[in-house]
Design a protein around this ligand. Structure first.
Ligand SMILES: Cc1ncc(COP(=O)(O)O)c(C=O)c1O
Length: 395
């Protein structure tokens, strides 16, 4: 009895000592990791100071399957959740410099958008002393409307219409700004941000996003072989494309285009066209796809600035984008929006076309949380597909 009790006490003491030793080892490992902290950004002032300098990460599961290093520029880590923060800040600063708007005078920034740009303007207007007035189609998803309203933006809903209709949401935004500026009794000033036609859009990507990518590859002798982006306004692909091409003309710039958009046809065959036009099957006034933020059936100023730098375009179906969104979510923990998924499909297709060893950079534009009710609700229905199954069926 006495012996058994002594043995169990000894066993208890021994397990306690082993546990202490393990805890001590874990603690030491943690302190070593803390010492290895990568350089942090310095202290800064205001949310606007945290725009840009976004991270670049490698998508591990895609390397395993393609033999190519595929990196994502995490534009979704900007403070208001997308690359549009860069554009909104650039447009505001340019308008201030030109004396078109003054902070804390009740001045208003109008934009016609159902997407990320409205959110960036809403956030930055709060931070910089302006009012954001966002015009959008009345079929915009309820979560986006609620988000804009929660951010304090003035939201004006209009009937979905084509760009030639004076009541289309972009035209409504233009009219709103003109009404304030033309009213002699209104002391406020207003601007129409006009992201599609605004020259500061592609320029901010040319002077920041592109050079950031080059800097992130400065320790990599080989550099970037391919850059892939969708086009909404065209600002990202124009600015980054030009910066990368000027650095190395061999870098391929590839447009990833969703179904229903005519831009891919414009690049590959010189004509802005999508097959739904021919078949008369268009269901919406805009691009007929579940993917939001990219794809268009008209030529904009910012896209025209991209055309000289784009080497080829890859068309991606909704089905492929849905499956890819699921694939990177379940394999890599990357819960991204629809345009990022399109870019990943185009990246894999490009990797397979040009073979292993390529270094490919794509843009991760926004988080999956902005695409829950339409895109991810549909993506959930797909199990974990093989990459080969996703790629099959590409035009
Ligand atoms: C989610 C998302 N991805 C990509 C883009 C494309 O960016 P750009 O307008 O620079 O072509 C946009 C543009 O609105 C977007 O909202």
């Amino acid at each position: 009895m006495g012996l058994r009790s002594t043995l169990s006490t000894t066993a208890y003491v021994l397990s306690f000592l082993i546990l202490c030793n393990e805890v001590n080892k874990a603690y030491k490992k943690l302190s070593q990791q803390e010492k290895k902290l990568t350089p942090l950004p310095p202290k800064s002032r205001g949310i606007e100071s945290r725009i840009g300098n976004t991270p670049l990460i490698e998508i591990k599961s895609l390397l395993r399957k393609t033999g190519c290093k595929i990196y994502a520029k995490l534009e979704l880590s900007n403070p208001a959740g997308s690359s549009k923060d860069r554009v909104a800040l650039a447009i505001i600063r340019a308008a201030e410099t030109q004396g078109l708007i003054r902070p804390y005078h009740g001045d208003v920034i109008f934009e016609g958008t159902s997407g990320s740009t409205g959110i960036s303007f809403a956030v930055l207007c709060n931070a910089l002393g302006y009012t954001a007035h966002i015009c959008l189609p009345d079929d915009t998803s309820p979560e986006k409307l609620l988000l804009l309203e929660s951010l304090g933006a003035e939201v004006e809903k209009v009937k979905p219409a084509s760009i030639i209709d004076p009541n289309q949401y972009v035209n409504a935004a233009k009219r709103g700004a003109e009404a304030i500026n033309n009213d002699p009794n209104d002391p406020r000033r207003a601007i129409f941000a006009n992201q599609f036609e605004n020259d500061f859009n592609w320029r901010i990507h040319y002077t920041t996003t592109g050079p950031e990518i080059l800097k992130q590859f400065s320790d990599d002798e080989k550099g970037v072989d391919v850059f892939i982006s969708g086009s909404g306004t065209g600002g990202t692909i124009a600015g980054v494309g030009r910066a990368l091409k000027e650095y190395n003309e061999d870098t391929k710039i590839i447009l990833a285009d969703p179904q229903g958009s005519g831009l891919a046809n414009r690049i590959n065959y010189g004509v802005l066209y999508d097959s739904v036009e021919k078949e008369g099957t268009r269901r919406r006034h805009q691009v007929d796809t579940l993917v939001e933020g990219i794809g268009l059936n008209r030529l904009t100023w910012n896209f025209s600035k991209a055309i000289p730098y784009i080497d080829e375009a890859v068309k991606v179906t909704d089905e492929q984008a849905l499956k890819m969104a699921r694939y990177i979510c379940l394999n890599d923990g990357l819960f991204w929006g629809s345009s990022s998924a399109i870019n990943c499909v185009a990246a894999v297709q490009t990797a397979l076309k040009y073979g292993p060893g390529q270094t490919i950079v794509l843009v991760a534009c926004d988080s999956g949380e902005r695409h829950m009710s339409k895109f991810h609700a549909a993506a959930i229905k797909h199990g974990l597909c093989e990459l080969e199954d996703i790629i099959q069926g590409t035009d």
